[in-house]
Write a protein that binds this ligand. Structure first.
Ligand SMILES: O=C(CO)[C@@H](O)[C@H](O)COP(=O)(O)O
Length: 218
């Protein structure tokens, strides 16, 4: 199933509750929540208190993307604040296998994210343990960046590896996704689509409808 996960990083924070309701009403299945620590990525975004409020504003799946060093320090707290799905970066975990178990022990789905320059081999011994792989299609840290073209091949390679292993794990893409890049990532095998600027800039309901239309045609 194809799923849209609007990234609230691109929302107008003075109207966050309203804009969350808008994407909900327009039919987005997930809500993407980007946590940045100023170390793993250059910027700092938001954390637990904001997640708690967002949890009250929606019943949708909260898809929490931890762009932080040593995420095991905060996994339990994000789970307790309402995350449904927690994604950590392979590059930021010294004990990736253990962090995946930690997320599952909290009763949450576990995702592993890879930066654009990280090889799929980082997933070698964990692919069958995760619920989702997040292929970063920009270098993480900021919204509104340009999609990195080599991502199409990387998604295709991941999809083939999963098929060869008999896995139906979700493949999420994040960064520079819009009406132009969406058809290609779907074609390559992605099924969970994060979009920030393409959802929150302009008319939100219309943007969600347009992206979902493209997703339904694939
Ligand atoms: O994780 C990130 C950025 O690091 C993303 O979730 C962005 O928020 C996506 O924004 P757009 O590229 O869609 O504007």
């Amino acid at each position: 199933m194809n799923i849209l996960s609007p990234s609230i990083l691109a929302a107008d924070f003075t109207r966050l509750g309203e804009q969350i309701s808008e994407v909900d009403r327009a039919g987005a299945e997930y809500l993407h929540f980007d946590v940045m620590d100023g170390l793993f990525v250059p910027s700092i975004s938001f954390g637990m208190p904001v997640l708690k409020s967002v949890r009250k504003a929606t019943k949708r799946i909260l898809d929490v993307h931890l762009m932080i060093e040593n995420p095991e320090r905060y996994v339990d707290e994000f789970a307790d604040c309402g995350a449904d799905l927690i994604t950590v970066h392979a590059e930021s975990c010294r004990h990736l296998d253990r962090v995946i178990s930690q997320i599952h022990q909290k009763g949450k789905k576990a995702g592993v994210a890879l930066n654009p320059a990280t090889s799929l081999s980082a997933l070698d011994y964990v692919l069958d343990k995760v619920d989702m792989v997040l292929i970063m299609t920009v270098n993480p840290g900021f919204g509104g960046q340009k999609f990195i073209e080599s991502s199409y091949g990387k998604i295709r390679d991941l999809k083939s590896r999963m098929e060869a292993a008999g896995l139906h794990t979700d493949i999420e893409v994040d960064g520079g996704i819009n009406a132009d890049t969406l058809p290609g990532v779907l074609e390559a095998g992605a099924n969970v689509i994060v979009a920030g600027s393409a959802v929150f800039k302009g008319n939100i309901a219309e943007n969600v409808r347009n992206l979902k239309n493209i997703m339904e045609q694939k």
